[in-house]
Ligand binder design. Sequence first.
Ligand SMILES: *[C@@H]1O[C@H](CO)[C@@H](O)[C@H](O)[C@H]1NC(C)=O
Ligand SMILES: *[C@@H]1O[C@H](CO)[C@@H](O)[C@H](O)[C@H]1NC(C)=O
Length: 590
Amino acid sequence: MQTKHFFSDPNQLVLAALHSLTLTNPSLALDSHNKIVFRRPDAPRRAKKVSVVTGGGSGHEPAFAGFVGHGLCDAAVAGTIFASPAAEQISRACIDRVPNDSGVLIIPNNYTGDVLHFGMATEKCRAAGIKTEFFAMNDDVGVGRKKSGKVGRRGIGGAALLLKLTGALAEAGGTLDEVYALAQFANDNLVSIGASLEHVHVPGRGAPEDHVAQDEVEIGMGIHNEPGSHRTKVDLVELVSTMLRQLLDESDKDRAYITRTPQDKFVLLINNLGGVSPLELSGLTYEVYRQLEANYQIKPVRVIQGSFLTSLNGLGFSVSLLKLSDKDVGAGQTMLQLIDAPAEAIGWSVPINPSTWENRIDTPVQLKDSNLDESQPSNMKLDPSVVKKVLGAGLQAVIKAEPEVTRFDTLVGDGDCGIGLKRGAEAIQALLDNPSPPLTDDIVSTVNRIVNVVEEVMDGTSGAIYAIFLNALAHGLRDQDTGSPQQATTEVWAKAIKHSITSLGRYTPAKPGDRTLIDALVPFGETLFAKHDPKAAAAAAQQGTESTKSMKASLGRSVYVGSEGDWIGKIPDPGAYGLSEFLTGLVNAA
Ligand SMILES: *[C@@H]1O[C@H](CO)[C@@H](O)[C@H](O)[C@H]1NC(C)=O
Ligand SMILES: *[C@@H]1O[C@H](CO)[C@@H](O)[C@H](O)[C@H]1NC(C)=O
Protein backbone atom coordinates (compact mmCIF):
# COMPACT_ATOMS: atom_id res chain seq x y z
CA MET A 1 0.00 0.00 0.00
CA GLN A 2 1.24 3.47 -0.85
CA THR A 3 1.61 5.47 2.37
CA LYS A 4 3.83 8.30 1.08
CA HIS A 5 2.15 11.63 0.33
CA PHE A 6 3.21 15.11 -0.76
CA PHE A 7 1.00 16.67 1.88
CA SER A 8 1.37 15.73 5.52
CA ASP A 9 -1.52 17.84 6.83
CA PRO A 10 -4.82 16.49 5.44
CA ASN A 11 -6.77 19.66 6.22
CA GLN A 12 -4.31 21.84 4.37
CA LEU A 13 -4.51 19.38 1.50
CA VAL A 14 -8.30 19.51 1.29
CA LEU A 15 -8.37 23.31 1.34
CA ALA A 16 -5.64 23.59 -1.28
CA ALA A 17 -7.51 21.20 -3.55
CA LEU A 18 -10.79 23.11 -3.16
CA HIS A 19 -8.95 26.34 -3.82
CA SER A 20 -7.46 24.92 -7.00
CA LEU A 21 -10.93 24.65 -8.52
CA THR A 22 -11.22 28.43 -8.57
CA LEU A 23 -7.94 28.47 -10.50
CA THR A 24 -8.84 25.79 -13.02
CA ASN A 25 -12.41 27.07 -13.44
CA PRO A 26 -12.70 30.86 -13.16
CA SER A 27 -16.49 30.69 -12.87
CA LEU A 28 -16.20 29.23 -9.36
CA ALA A 29 -15.64 30.69 -5.91
CA LEU A 30 -14.63 29.17 -2.60
CA ASP A 31 -15.96 29.80 0.89
CA SER A 32 -12.94 28.29 2.60
CA HIS A 33 -14.34 28.60 6.11
CA ASN A 34 -17.32 26.43 5.17
CA LYS A 35 -15.48 24.45 2.47
CA ILE A 36 -18.13 25.37 -0.08
CA VAL A 37 -17.24 25.58 -3.76
CA PHE A 38 -19.98 27.46 -5.60
CA ARG A 39 -20.68 29.17 -8.88
CA ARG A 40 -19.79 32.84 -8.73
CA PRO A 41 -22.96 34.92 -8.37
CA ASP A 42 -21.54 37.39 -10.91
CA ALA A 43 -20.96 34.69 -13.56
CA PRO A 44 -23.62 34.33 -16.29
CA ARG A 45 -26.45 32.16 -15.12
CA ARG A 46 -29.93 31.12 -16.11
CA ALA A 47 -32.56 33.07 -14.21
CA LYS A 48 -34.99 31.23 -11.95
CA LYS A 49 -32.90 28.09 -12.00
CA VAL A 50 -33.24 25.31 -9.46
CA SER A 51 -30.00 24.99 -7.51
CA VAL A 52 -28.37 21.59 -7.10
CA VAL A 53 -26.21 21.25 -4.01
CA THR A 54 -24.11 18.16 -3.38
CA GLY A 55 -21.11 17.23 -1.26
CA GLY A 56 -19.65 14.76 1.13
CA GLY A 57 -16.34 13.75 2.61
CA SER A 58 -13.17 14.69 0.79
CA GLY A 59 -10.98 12.09 -0.83
CA HIS A 60 -13.38 11.36 -3.70
CA GLU A 61 -12.07 13.98 -6.11
CA PRO A 62 -13.10 15.19 -8.56
CA ALA A 63 -16.34 14.50 -6.69
CA PHE A 64 -17.93 16.53 -5.38
CA ALA A 65 -16.61 20.04 -5.84
CA GLY A 66 -15.30 19.11 -9.29
CA PHE A 67 -18.91 18.77 -10.41
CA VAL A 68 -19.71 22.40 -9.71
CA GLY A 69 -20.05 24.51 -12.82
CA HIS A 70 -22.36 25.58 -15.61
CA GLY A 71 -24.61 22.69 -16.59
CA LEU A 72 -23.89 20.70 -13.45
CA CYS A 73 -24.07 21.49 -9.73
CA ASP A 74 -24.37 24.94 -8.16
CA ALA A 75 -22.41 24.19 -5.03
CA ALA A 76 -20.58 21.37 -3.29
CA VAL A 77 -19.84 21.19 0.40
CA ALA A 78 -16.77 19.28 1.56
CA GLY A 79 -15.98 17.53 4.79
CA THR A 80 -12.56 16.37 5.87
CA ILE A 81 -11.25 13.20 4.26
CA PHE A 82 -13.95 10.54 4.34
CA ALA A 83 -16.12 12.52 6.81
CA SER A 84 -19.36 14.30 6.07
CA PRO A 85 -19.47 18.10 6.26
CA ALA A 86 -21.53 19.54 9.12
CA ALA A 87 -25.16 20.57 8.63
CA GLU A 88 -24.24 24.20 9.24
CA GLN A 89 -21.84 24.25 6.29
CA ILE A 90 -24.48 22.71 4.06
CA SER A 91 -27.30 25.03 5.05
CA ARG A 92 -24.93 27.98 4.60
CA ALA A 93 -24.39 26.80 1.03
CA CYS A 94 -28.13 26.58 0.35
CA ILE A 95 -29.15 29.78 2.08
CA ASP A 96 -26.34 32.16 1.15
CA ARG A 97 -24.16 30.74 -1.61
CA VAL A 98 -26.66 29.69 -4.26
CA PRO A 99 -29.82 31.33 -5.61
CA ASN A 100 -32.65 29.57 -3.86
CA ASP A 101 -35.78 31.32 -5.10
CA SER A 102 -36.65 28.44 -7.44
CA GLY A 103 -35.79 25.76 -4.94
CA VAL A 104 -32.80 23.64 -4.01
CA LEU A 105 -32.12 19.94 -4.49
CA ILE A 106 -29.75 18.63 -1.84
CA ILE A 107 -28.19 15.49 -3.22
CA PRO A 108 -25.42 13.70 -1.31
CA ASN A 109 -24.49 10.03 -1.42
CA ASN A 110 -26.30 7.57 0.82
CA TYR A 111 -23.89 7.25 3.75
CA THR A 112 -25.09 7.45 7.34
CA GLY A 113 -23.18 10.63 8.20
CA ASP A 114 -24.00 12.38 4.94
CA VAL A 115 -27.69 11.51 5.20
CA LEU A 116 -27.85 12.90 8.74
CA HIS A 117 -26.02 16.14 8.03
CA PHE A 118 -27.46 16.89 4.60
CA GLY A 119 -30.86 15.84 5.96
CA MET A 120 -30.57 18.24 8.88
CA ALA A 121 -29.58 21.01 6.49
CA THR A 122 -32.63 20.18 4.37
CA GLU A 123 -34.88 20.69 7.35
CA LYS A 124 -33.12 23.97 8.22
CA CYS A 125 -33.64 25.25 4.69
CA ARG A 126 -37.27 24.28 4.73
CA ALA A 127 -37.66 26.02 8.06
CA ALA A 128 -36.10 29.11 6.46
CA GLY A 129 -38.80 29.04 3.83
CA ILE A 130 -36.75 27.61 0.96
CA LYS A 131 -38.36 24.99 -1.25
CA THR A 132 -35.96 22.11 -0.69
CA GLU A 133 -35.82 18.46 -1.71
CA PHE A 134 -33.42 15.84 -0.43
CA PHE A 135 -32.18 12.79 -2.27
CA ALA A 136 -29.50 10.33 -1.17
CA MET A 137 -27.85 8.69 -4.18
CA ASN A 138 -27.57 4.91 -3.88
CA ASP A 139 -26.33 3.03 -6.92
CA ASP A 140 -24.06 0.37 -5.38
CA VAL A 141 -25.13 -3.25 -5.73
CA GLY A 142 -21.91 -4.55 -4.19
CA VAL A 143 -23.49 -5.53 -0.91
CA GLY A 144 -26.77 -7.34 -1.52
CA ARG A 145 -30.04 -6.57 0.23
CA LYS A 146 -29.69 -9.28 2.89
CA LYS A 147 -26.20 -8.41 3.98
CA SER A 148 -26.53 -4.64 3.72
CA GLY A 149 -29.55 -4.56 6.05
CA LYS A 150 -29.91 -1.17 7.62
CA VAL A 151 -26.96 0.33 5.77
CA GLY A 152 -28.82 0.10 2.50
CA ARG A 153 -27.37 0.85 -0.87
CA ARG A 154 -24.48 3.24 -0.90
CA GLY A 155 -23.61 5.82 -3.46
CA ILE A 156 -20.53 5.16 -5.59
CA GLY A 157 -19.34 5.97 -9.14
CA GLY A 158 -22.81 6.21 -10.67
CA ALA A 159 -23.39 9.31 -8.55
CA ALA A 160 -21.50 11.21 -11.24
CA LEU A 161 -24.26 10.33 -13.70
CA LEU A 162 -27.04 11.32 -11.28
CA LEU A 163 -25.41 14.68 -10.62
CA LYS A 164 -24.97 15.20 -14.36
CA LEU A 165 -28.60 14.38 -15.06
CA THR A 166 -30.08 16.55 -12.30
CA GLY A 167 -27.63 19.39 -12.92
CA ALA A 168 -28.38 19.40 -16.65
CA LEU A 169 -32.13 19.32 -16.08
CA ALA A 170 -31.90 22.27 -13.70
CA GLU A 171 -29.82 24.10 -16.30
CA ALA A 172 -32.42 23.30 -18.97
CA GLY A 173 -35.13 24.89 -16.82
CA GLY A 174 -36.58 21.85 -15.05
CA THR A 175 -38.64 22.60 -11.95
CA LEU A 176 -37.61 21.39 -8.49
CA ASP A 177 -40.27 18.68 -8.65
CA GLU A 178 -38.98 17.52 -12.01
CA VAL A 179 -35.36 17.56 -10.93
CA TYR A 180 -36.18 15.64 -7.76
CA ALA A 181 -38.30 13.11 -9.66
CA LEU A 182 -35.47 12.61 -12.12
CA ALA A 183 -33.03 11.87 -9.31
CA GLN A 184 -35.32 9.12 -8.06
CA PHE A 185 -36.14 7.78 -11.50
CA ALA A 186 -32.55 7.73 -12.70
CA ASN A 187 -31.36 6.13 -9.48
CA ASP A 188 -33.94 3.38 -9.98
CA ASN A 189 -32.35 2.70 -13.35
CA LEU A 190 -28.76 2.84 -12.22
CA VAL A 191 -26.50 0.09 -10.91
CA SER A 192 -22.83 0.20 -9.97
CA ILE A 193 -20.26 -2.22 -8.64
CA GLY A 194 -16.65 -1.71 -7.60
CA ALA A 195 -13.64 -3.95 -7.15
CA SER A 196 -10.39 -3.16 -5.40
CA LEU A 197 -7.01 -4.76 -5.06
CA GLU A 198 -6.17 -2.99 -1.80
CA HIS A 199 -7.47 -0.66 0.86
CA VAL A 200 -6.42 2.97 0.62
CA HIS A 201 -4.23 4.93 2.93
CA VAL A 202 -5.60 8.16 4.33
CA PRO A 203 -2.97 10.91 4.57
CA GLY A 204 -2.22 11.66 8.19
CA ARG A 205 -3.55 8.34 9.45
CA GLY A 206 -1.92 4.98 10.15
CA ALA A 207 -2.06 2.20 7.62
CA PRO A 208 -5.23 0.08 7.76
CA GLU A 209 -4.61 -3.29 9.36
CA ASP A 210 -6.57 -5.33 6.89
CA HIS A 211 -4.86 -6.08 3.60
CA VAL A 212 -6.25 -7.69 0.52
CA ALA A 213 -3.94 -10.61 -0.22
CA GLN A 214 -1.50 -10.31 -3.10
CA ASP A 215 -3.46 -12.64 -5.36
CA GLU A 216 -6.95 -11.47 -4.36
CA VAL A 217 -9.42 -8.78 -5.33
CA GLU A 218 -12.32 -7.57 -3.24
CA ILE A 219 -15.59 -7.20 -5.10
CA GLY A 220 -17.86 -4.45 -3.90
CA MET A 221 -15.37 -2.66 -1.67
CA GLY A 222 -16.75 0.75 -0.78
CA ILE A 223 -15.16 4.09 -1.38
CA HIS A 224 -14.08 4.42 2.25
CA ASN A 225 -12.43 1.00 2.59
CA GLU A 226 -15.77 -0.58 3.60
CA PRO A 227 -15.95 -4.32 3.04
CA GLY A 228 -17.52 -5.59 -0.15
CA SER A 229 -19.41 -8.77 -0.88
CA HIS A 230 -16.43 -11.09 -1.06
CA ARG A 231 -12.81 -11.59 -2.05
CA THR A 232 -11.75 -13.76 -4.89
CA LYS A 233 -8.62 -14.73 -6.79
CA VAL A 234 -7.61 -12.23 -9.43
CA ASP A 235 -8.65 -13.46 -12.83
CA LEU A 236 -9.72 -10.55 -14.95
CA VAL A 237 -12.29 -12.33 -17.09
CA GLU A 238 -13.92 -14.03 -14.11
CA LEU A 239 -13.82 -10.81 -12.08
CA VAL A 240 -15.58 -8.77 -14.73
CA SER A 241 -18.04 -11.57 -15.33
CA THR A 242 -18.93 -11.65 -11.62
CA MET A 243 -19.30 -7.88 -11.52
CA LEU A 244 -21.58 -7.82 -14.55
CA ARG A 245 -23.66 -10.64 -13.08
CA GLN A 246 -24.12 -8.62 -9.90
CA LEU A 247 -25.21 -5.64 -11.99
CA LEU A 248 -27.51 -7.39 -14.42
CA ASP A 249 -28.69 -10.79 -13.19
CA GLU A 250 -32.44 -10.40 -12.81
CA SER A 251 -32.77 -13.76 -11.06
CA ASP A 252 -30.50 -12.64 -8.20
CA LYS A 253 -33.21 -11.88 -5.61
CA ASP A 254 -30.70 -10.16 -3.42
CA ARG A 255 -29.51 -7.75 -6.07
CA ALA A 256 -31.76 -7.44 -9.09
CA TYR A 257 -32.32 -3.70 -9.14
CA ILE A 258 -33.02 -3.21 -12.81
CA THR A 259 -34.85 -5.20 -15.45
CA ARG A 260 -33.81 -5.30 -19.05
CA THR A 261 -35.30 -5.81 -22.50
CA PRO A 262 -33.24 -6.15 -25.69
CA GLN A 263 -34.35 -2.65 -26.74
CA ASP A 264 -32.96 -0.94 -23.64
CA LYS A 265 -30.18 1.54 -24.12
CA PHE A 266 -27.41 1.97 -21.59
CA VAL A 267 -24.72 4.44 -20.66
CA LEU A 268 -21.57 2.71 -19.40
CA LEU A 269 -19.33 4.50 -16.93
CA ILE A 270 -15.95 3.05 -15.97
CA ASN A 271 -14.68 4.95 -12.97
CA ASN A 272 -11.14 4.90 -11.60
CA LEU A 273 -11.03 4.71 -7.82
CA GLY A 274 -7.92 6.83 -8.08
CA GLY A 275 -4.92 4.55 -8.22
CA VAL A 276 -5.36 2.45 -11.34
CA SER A 277 -3.05 3.44 -14.17
CA PRO A 278 -4.81 4.85 -17.23
CA LEU A 279 -3.34 1.91 -19.08
CA GLU A 280 -5.06 -0.65 -16.85
CA LEU A 281 -8.27 1.34 -16.66
CA SER A 282 -8.51 1.32 -20.44
CA GLY A 283 -7.85 -2.41 -20.46
CA LEU A 284 -10.69 -2.85 -17.96
CA THR A 285 -13.02 -0.77 -20.12
CA TYR A 286 -12.25 -3.01 -23.05
CA GLU A 287 -12.95 -6.19 -21.08
CA VAL A 288 -16.19 -4.84 -19.58
CA TYR A 289 -17.42 -3.72 -23.00
CA ARG A 290 -16.43 -7.02 -24.58
CA GLN A 291 -18.37 -9.06 -22.02
CA LEU A 292 -21.40 -6.74 -22.08
CA GLU A 293 -21.64 -7.20 -25.82
CA ALA A 294 -20.88 -10.92 -25.92
CA ASN A 295 -22.83 -12.09 -22.88
CA TYR A 296 -25.63 -9.55 -22.50
CA GLN A 297 -25.99 -8.17 -26.03
CA ILE A 298 -25.64 -4.69 -24.55
CA LYS A 299 -23.89 -2.16 -26.73
CA PRO A 300 -23.79 1.00 -24.64
CA VAL A 301 -24.82 4.18 -26.46
CA ARG A 302 -22.19 6.11 -24.51
CA VAL A 303 -19.00 4.81 -22.95
CA ILE A 304 -17.45 7.13 -20.41
CA GLN A 305 -14.13 6.36 -18.77
CA GLY A 306 -12.13 8.32 -16.24
CA SER A 307 -11.81 9.37 -12.62
CA PHE A 308 -15.18 10.66 -11.43
CA LEU A 309 -15.67 9.46 -7.89
CA THR A 310 -12.50 8.13 -6.38
CA SER A 311 -11.29 6.81 -3.09
CA LEU A 312 -8.01 8.70 -2.73
CA ASN A 313 -5.49 6.62 -4.67
CA GLY A 314 -7.67 3.52 -4.48
CA LEU A 315 -6.37 0.61 -6.50
CA GLY A 316 -9.77 -0.22 -7.87
CA PHE A 317 -12.48 0.71 -10.31
CA SER A 318 -16.22 0.71 -10.57
CA VAL A 319 -18.58 -0.10 -13.39
CA SER A 320 -21.91 1.72 -13.65
CA LEU A 321 -24.76 1.05 -16.02
CA LEU A 322 -27.53 3.60 -16.47
CA LYS A 323 -30.61 2.37 -18.27
CA LEU A 324 -32.03 5.16 -20.37
CA SER A 325 -35.63 6.01 -20.99
CA ASP A 326 -36.87 8.06 -23.92
CA LYS A 327 -39.52 9.83 -21.89
CA ASP A 328 -39.54 13.56 -21.33
CA VAL A 329 -38.11 13.98 -17.84
CA GLY A 330 -38.78 17.72 -17.78
CA ALA A 331 -38.05 20.80 -19.87
CA GLY A 332 -38.53 18.65 -22.99
CA GLN A 333 -35.38 16.68 -22.23
CA THR A 334 -34.59 12.98 -22.34
CA MET A 335 -32.00 11.37 -20.09
CA LEU A 336 -29.56 10.98 -22.97
CA GLN A 337 -29.92 14.63 -23.91
CA LEU A 338 -29.11 15.55 -20.33
CA ILE A 339 -26.06 13.28 -20.26
CA ASP A 340 -24.94 14.84 -23.56
CA ALA A 341 -25.63 18.45 -22.59
CA PRO A 342 -22.49 20.58 -22.31
CA ALA A 343 -21.14 21.04 -18.79
CA GLU A 344 -18.33 23.22 -17.65
CA ALA A 345 -17.11 21.35 -14.61
CA ILE A 346 -13.60 20.05 -14.08
CA GLY A 347 -14.83 16.66 -12.93
CA TRP A 348 -17.06 15.98 -15.90
CA SER A 349 -14.32 15.09 -18.34
CA VAL A 350 -16.26 13.65 -21.24
CA PRO A 351 -14.54 14.76 -24.43
CA ILE A 352 -16.46 12.99 -27.19
CA ASN A 353 -19.19 14.97 -28.93
CA PRO A 354 -22.70 13.48 -28.91
CA SER A 355 -22.77 13.74 -32.71
CA THR A 356 -19.68 11.54 -32.89
CA TRP A 357 -21.58 8.89 -30.95
CA GLU A 358 -24.72 9.31 -33.02
CA ASN A 359 -22.74 8.90 -36.23
CA ARG A 360 -20.91 5.86 -34.96
CA ILE A 361 -20.25 3.31 -37.70
CA ASP A 362 -19.98 -0.25 -36.53
CA THR A 363 -18.27 -1.95 -39.46
CA PRO A 364 -14.56 -2.30 -38.79
CA VAL A 365 -12.22 -0.11 -40.82
CA GLN A 366 -10.57 -2.04 -43.66
CA LEU A 367 -6.83 -1.81 -43.10
CA LYS A 368 -5.00 -1.17 -46.33
CA ASP A 369 -1.22 -1.34 -46.10
CA SER A 370 0.59 0.09 -49.07
CA ASN A 371 3.57 -1.92 -50.25
CA LEU A 372 6.62 0.27 -49.83
CA ASP A 373 8.66 -2.02 -52.11
CA GLU A 374 6.51 -0.84 -54.98
CA SER A 375 7.06 2.81 -54.26
CA GLN A 376 7.24 5.36 -57.07
CA PRO A 377 9.83 4.30 -59.68
CA SER A 378 12.80 6.61 -60.16
CA ASN A 379 15.10 7.50 -63.05
CA MET A 380 18.25 6.88 -61.05
CA LYS A 381 19.96 3.93 -62.70
CA LEU A 382 22.59 1.40 -61.71
CA ASP A 383 23.07 -1.95 -63.41
CA PRO A 384 21.97 -4.71 -60.99
CA SER A 385 25.07 -6.76 -61.83
CA VAL A 386 27.25 -3.88 -60.64
CA VAL A 387 25.22 -3.64 -57.43
CA LYS A 388 25.63 -7.35 -56.94
CA LYS A 389 29.39 -7.30 -57.48
CA VAL A 390 30.26 -4.14 -55.53
CA LEU A 391 27.80 -4.40 -52.67
CA GLY A 392 28.45 -8.14 -52.47
CA ALA A 393 32.17 -7.49 -51.97
CA GLY A 394 31.42 -5.09 -49.12
CA LEU A 395 29.08 -7.59 -47.50
CA GLN A 396 31.66 -10.39 -47.75
CA ALA A 397 34.21 -8.13 -46.08
CA VAL A 398 31.81 -7.58 -43.14
CA ILE A 399 31.10 -11.27 -42.86
CA LYS A 400 34.83 -11.99 -42.88
CA ALA A 401 35.46 -9.33 -40.22
CA GLU A 402 32.83 -10.74 -37.87
CA PRO A 403 35.23 -12.64 -35.52
CA GLU A 404 37.39 -9.53 -35.10
CA VAL A 405 34.36 -7.26 -34.52
CA THR A 406 33.04 -9.76 -31.98
CA ARG A 407 36.41 -9.89 -30.22
CA PHE A 408 36.51 -6.08 -29.95
CA ASP A 409 32.92 -5.90 -28.79
CA THR A 410 33.49 -8.59 -26.17
CA LEU A 411 36.14 -6.32 -24.70
CA VAL A 412 34.35 -2.97 -24.94
CA GLY A 413 30.67 -3.76 -25.44
CA ASP A 414 28.15 -6.49 -24.95
CA GLY A 415 29.62 -8.77 -27.60
CA ASP A 416 26.78 -8.86 -30.09
CA CYS A 417 27.89 -6.21 -32.58
CA GLY A 418 29.71 -8.64 -34.90
CA ILE A 419 26.87 -11.14 -35.05
CA GLY A 420 24.39 -8.33 -35.70
CA LEU A 421 26.41 -6.98 -38.60
CA LYS A 422 26.93 -10.44 -40.02
CA ARG A 423 23.23 -11.23 -39.79
CA GLY A 424 22.43 -8.04 -41.70
CA ALA A 425 25.14 -8.67 -44.32
CA GLU A 426 24.00 -12.23 -44.92
CA ALA A 427 20.39 -11.19 -45.30
CA ILE A 428 21.29 -8.51 -47.86
CA GLN A 429 23.52 -11.01 -49.65
CA ALA A 430 20.55 -13.38 -49.80
CA LEU A 431 18.51 -10.62 -51.42
CA LEU A 432 21.27 -10.06 -54.01
CA ASP A 433 21.55 -13.79 -54.70
CA ASN A 434 17.86 -14.58 -54.95
CA PRO A 435 15.86 -11.44 -55.50
CA SER A 436 12.18 -12.05 -56.11
CA PRO A 437 11.08 -10.18 -58.13
CA PRO A 438 14.45 -9.63 -59.85
CA LEU A 439 16.34 -6.42 -59.10
CA THR A 440 15.89 -3.70 -61.70
CA ASP A 441 18.26 -0.96 -62.72
CA ASP A 442 16.22 1.48 -60.58
CA ILE A 443 18.71 2.01 -57.75
CA VAL A 444 16.18 3.78 -55.50
CA SER A 445 14.00 0.72 -55.64
CA THR A 446 16.99 -1.52 -54.85
CA VAL A 447 18.01 0.61 -51.86
CA ASN A 448 14.40 0.48 -50.62
CA ARG A 449 14.45 -3.29 -50.81
CA ILE A 450 17.70 -3.36 -48.86
CA VAL A 451 16.15 -1.06 -46.26
CA ASN A 452 13.34 -3.54 -45.71
CA VAL A 453 15.85 -6.33 -45.12
CA VAL A 454 17.87 -4.20 -42.70
CA GLU A 455 14.76 -3.15 -40.77
CA GLU A 456 13.70 -6.75 -40.50
CA VAL A 457 16.93 -8.42 -39.39
CA MET A 458 19.07 -5.77 -37.69
CA ASP A 459 17.95 -4.67 -34.26
CA GLY A 460 19.34 -2.48 -31.52
CA THR A 461 20.73 0.99 -31.88
CA SER A 462 23.02 0.24 -34.81
CA GLY A 463 20.16 -1.46 -36.69
CA ALA A 464 18.07 1.69 -36.29
CA ILE A 465 20.97 3.91 -37.35
CA TYR A 466 21.58 1.86 -40.50
CA ALA A 467 17.87 1.84 -41.28
CA ILE A 468 17.57 5.62 -40.93
CA PHE A 469 20.73 6.10 -42.96
CA LEU A 470 19.54 3.87 -45.79
CA ASN A 471 16.03 5.37 -45.87
CA ALA A 472 17.62 8.79 -46.12
CA LEU A 473 19.98 7.46 -48.78
CA ALA A 474 17.03 6.39 -50.93
CA HIS A 475 15.54 9.83 -50.41
CA GLY A 476 18.89 11.50 -51.23
CA LEU A 477 19.08 9.55 -54.49
CA ARG A 478 15.49 10.27 -55.43
CA ASP A 479 16.02 13.98 -54.77
CA GLN A 480 18.51 14.06 -57.63
CA ASP A 481 16.03 12.60 -60.10
CA THR A 482 15.60 15.22 -62.82
CA GLY A 483 12.92 13.33 -64.68
CA SER A 484 15.08 11.63 -67.28
CA PRO A 485 17.18 8.49 -66.77
CA GLN A 486 20.64 9.06 -65.32
CA GLN A 487 23.40 6.91 -63.91
CA ALA A 488 24.12 6.88 -60.17
CA THR A 489 27.67 8.18 -60.45
CA THR A 490 30.13 8.76 -57.64
CA GLU A 491 28.95 12.40 -57.54
CA VAL A 492 25.35 11.26 -57.15
CA TRP A 493 26.27 8.85 -54.34
CA ALA A 494 28.38 11.51 -52.63
CA LYS A 495 25.44 13.92 -52.54
CA ALA A 496 23.04 11.26 -51.35
CA ILE A 497 25.39 10.11 -48.58
CA LYS A 498 25.91 13.69 -47.43
CA HIS A 499 22.14 14.08 -47.26
CA SER A 500 21.87 10.85 -45.25
CA ILE A 501 24.48 11.94 -42.74
CA THR A 502 22.61 15.21 -42.19
CA SER A 503 19.35 13.32 -41.72
CA LEU A 504 20.94 10.92 -39.27
CA GLY A 505 22.14 13.90 -37.21
CA ARG A 506 18.51 14.79 -36.47
CA TYR A 507 17.92 11.50 -34.67
CA THR A 508 21.19 10.55 -33.03
CA PRO A 509 23.35 12.84 -30.91
CA ALA A 510 26.46 10.87 -31.97
CA LYS A 511 29.13 13.04 -33.59
CA PRO A 512 32.64 12.18 -34.72
CA GLY A 513 34.70 11.75 -31.58
CA ASP A 514 32.01 9.91 -29.64
CA ARG A 515 33.48 6.50 -30.43
CA THR A 516 30.67 5.10 -32.53
CA LEU A 517 30.21 3.98 -36.12
CA ILE A 518 29.75 7.69 -36.95
CA ASP A 519 33.55 7.98 -36.64
CA ALA A 520 33.86 5.85 -39.80
CA LEU A 521 30.74 7.04 -41.60
CA VAL A 522 31.26 10.81 -41.46
CA PRO A 523 34.87 10.89 -42.72
CA PHE A 524 33.83 8.56 -45.54
CA GLY A 525 30.92 10.78 -46.56
CA GLU A 526 32.81 14.04 -46.24
CA THR A 527 35.82 12.83 -48.20
CA LEU A 528 33.64 11.36 -50.92
CA PHE A 529 31.74 14.62 -51.22
CA ALA A 530 34.90 16.75 -51.29
CA LYS A 531 37.07 14.60 -53.57
CA HIS A 532 34.71 12.26 -55.42
CA ASP A 533 37.39 9.64 -54.77
CA PRO A 534 36.01 6.42 -53.25
CA LYS A 535 39.42 5.03 -52.34
CA ALA A 536 40.34 8.18 -50.44
CA ALA A 537 36.93 8.03 -48.72
CA ALA A 538 37.50 4.43 -47.62
CA ALA A 539 40.92 5.39 -46.31
CA ALA A 540 39.31 8.21 -44.32
CA ALA A 541 36.87 5.71 -42.82
CA GLN A 542 39.78 3.47 -41.83
CA GLN A 543 41.56 6.42 -40.31
CA GLY A 544 38.42 7.46 -38.43
CA THR A 545 38.15 3.96 -37.06
CA GLU A 546 41.80 4.00 -36.02
CA SER A 547 41.23 7.26 -34.17
CA THR A 548 38.46 5.68 -32.05
CA LYS A 549 41.14 3.61 -30.31
CA SER A 550 42.16 6.57 -28.20
CA MET A 551 38.68 7.97 -27.64
CA LYS A 552 36.77 7.82 -24.42
CA ALA A 553 33.22 6.70 -24.99
CA SER A 554 30.50 9.24 -24.33
CA LEU A 555 27.73 7.55 -26.27
CA GLY A 556 26.96 4.10 -27.52
CA ARG A 557 27.97 0.68 -26.35
CA SER A 558 31.23 1.43 -24.62
CA VAL A 559 29.78 3.94 -22.16
CA TYR A 560 28.31 1.16 -20.09
CA VAL A 561 31.45 -0.92 -19.77
CA GLY A 562 33.85 -0.18 -16.94
CA SER A 563 37.66 -0.50 -16.88
CA GLU A 564 38.38 1.84 -19.80
CA GLY A 565 42.02 1.81 -18.78
CA ASP A 566 42.41 -1.74 -20.03
CA TRP A 567 41.55 -1.06 -23.63
CA ILE A 568 41.93 2.62 -24.32
CA GLY A 569 44.47 3.16 -27.10
CA LYS A 570 44.23 -0.46 -28.24
CA ILE A 571 40.72 -1.38 -29.32
CA PRO A 572 38.75 0.53 -31.98
CA ASP A 573 35.01 0.97 -31.74
CA PRO A 574 33.63 -2.32 -33.09
CA GLY A 575 30.81 -0.63 -35.00
CA ALA A 576 33.17 1.79 -36.72
CA TYR A 577 35.55 -1.07 -37.47
CA GLY A 578 32.82 -3.22 -39.03
CA LEU A 579 31.59 -0.32 -41.15
CA SER A 580 35.02 0.64 -42.42
CA GLU A 581 35.72 -2.99 -43.38
CA PHE A 582 32.46 -2.92 -45.34
CA LEU A 583 33.30 0.37 -47.06
CA THR A 584 36.81 -0.78 -47.92
CA GLY A 585 35.51 -4.04 -49.40
CA LEU A 586 32.93 -2.11 -51.40
CA VAL A 587 35.32 0.47 -52.76
CA ASN A 588 37.97 -2.11 -53.73
CA ALA A 589 35.43 -3.92 -55.92
CA ALA A 590 34.17 -0.80 -57.63
C1 LIG B 1 -32.13 32.04 0.07
O1 LIG B 1 -33.31 32.05 0.82
C2 LIG B 1 -33.27 32.84 1.98
C3 LIG B 1 -34.55 32.62 2.72
O2 LIG B 1 -35.64 32.84 1.87
C4 LIG B 1 -33.06 34.29 1.61
O3 LIG B 1 -32.93 35.05 2.74
C5 LIG B 1 -31.76 34.39 0.80
O4 LIG B 1 -31.56 35.67 0.34
C6 LIG B 1 -31.73 33.45 -0.35
N1 LIG B 1 -30.38 33.43 -0.90
C7 LIG B 1 -30.11 33.60 -2.17
C8 LIG B 1 -28.65 33.63 -2.51
O5 LIG B 1 -30.95 33.73 -3.01
C1 LIG C 1 -29.82 4.67 2.28
O1 LIG C 1 -29.23 4.36 3.50
C2 LIG C 1 -30.12 4.11 4.53
C3 LIG C 1 -29.34 3.96 5.79
O2 LIG C 1 -28.53 5.07 5.99
C4 LIG C 1 -30.93 2.90 4.24
O3 LIG C 1 -31.88 2.68 5.27
C5 LIG C 1 -31.63 3.09 2.95
O4 LIG C 1 -32.22 1.88 2.59
C6 LIG C 1 -30.67 3.52 1.86
N1 LIG C 1 -31.45 3.90 0.75
C7 LIG C 1 -31.60 3.10 -0.27
C8 LIG C 1 -32.55 3.58 -1.30
O5 LIG C 1 -30.99 2.08 -0.39
